[in-house]
Design a protein around this ligand. Structure first.
Ligand SMILES: NC(=O)c1ccc[n+]([C@@H]2O[C@H](COP(=O)([O-])OP(=O)(O)OC[C@H]3O[C@@H](n4cnc5c(N)ncnc54)[C@H](OP(=O)(O)O)[C@@H]3O)[C@@H](O)[C@H]2O)c1
Length: 234
């Protein structure tokens, strides 16, 4: 908890409207002032009401003019959690140029541009960049090529940023399958029954974000990998 003398640190979380991003917002709310990202103010109304006193930050991350406008007022940023992402699965044979473009745009190009715009604010705070990656950023399964390519790129981005900005900390978190809307869509696409107990909980992944940012400053948590332990497959 911040003491009375230390100003409350600020954290920007993209994709905070639901799923992992909302869980990360709930986890950080007791200790941080939050900028809550999602595409629209409407999408953010639930989490903003749940976590009053924080700031909704609605912006389409792939609209780079809007993104620059939204970033302009941010002068100091302690934590930037890149959580927003899309998963559009299918084999290479079934893939389309549009699918590649949409996936790479959301999962890596927008991440890079948002980071670039916020570098002065992050440098001012000696900030921490957290990249919500995936098991698919470490290994590829059939049908996951497009998504995995975007997450491998995200890992390379994090590795480069860590070397280029030594005053910042950059952590890639690689969760396995996690119980969210995205996972429900993936399981529906696989034609399987959805059993939440097979997956990580979003709150566990969120706790790991806190662990990363609270790691004492003599250490740089570079990569954290989480895999689910099946709890309840009934
Ligand atoms: N679920 C899993 O099994 C799993 C496992 C490993 C890693 N991950 C990663 O974890 C992250 C979050 O996943 P999730 O499961 O919580 O996903 P989700 O339930 O589909 O939520 C995605 C979030 O991203 C936001 N978003 C997507 N595209 C955006 C854009 N162009 N501009 C602004 N916001 C955008 C959405 O905002 P709106 O509400 O406005 O649509 C939403 O808040 C992703 O990076 C995903 O790849 C997920």
């Amino acid at each position: 908890m911040p003491d009375a003398e230390t100003p409350t640190p600020t954290a920007l979380i993209t994709g905070a409207s639901r799923g992992l991003g909302a869980a990360i917002a709930r986890e950080l709310a007791p200790t941080h002032h939050l900028l809550l990202g999602a595409r629209t103010a409407e999408a953010l109304s639930g989490i903003a009401a749940e976590l009053p006193g924080n700031t909704p930050w609605p912006v389409q991350l792939t609209d780079y003019e809007a993104l620059a406008r939204a970033c302009a007022p941010i002068e100091r940023l302690d934590v930037l959690v890149h959580n927003a992402g899309v998963a559009d699965l299918g084999t290479i044979a079934e893939s389309s140029v549009q699918q590649w473009r949409n996936t790479l745009e959301a999962n890596i190009i927008a991440v890079s541009e948002l980071t670039r715009l916020l570098l002065p604010a992050l440098r001012a705070a000696g900030g921490h960049v957290v990249l919500i990656n995936s098991g698919a950023g470490l290994r590829v399964n059939p049908g996951w090529g497009v998504y995995a390519a975007s997450k491998f790129a995200l890992r390379a981005f994090g590795d480069a940023l860590r070397l280029e900005e030594p005053e910042l900390r950059v952590t890639s978190i690689h969760p396995g399958r996690t119980d969210t809307d995205m996972q429900r869509d993936i399981v529906a696409g696989e034609g399987r029954e959805y059993r939440p107990g097979e997956f990580l909980t979003a709150s566990t992944v969120a706790r790991t974000v806190r662990t990363a940012i609270e790691t004492p400053r003599d250490a740089h948590p570079t990569e954290i990998v989480l895999r689910p332990i099946a709890r309840d497959t009934e």
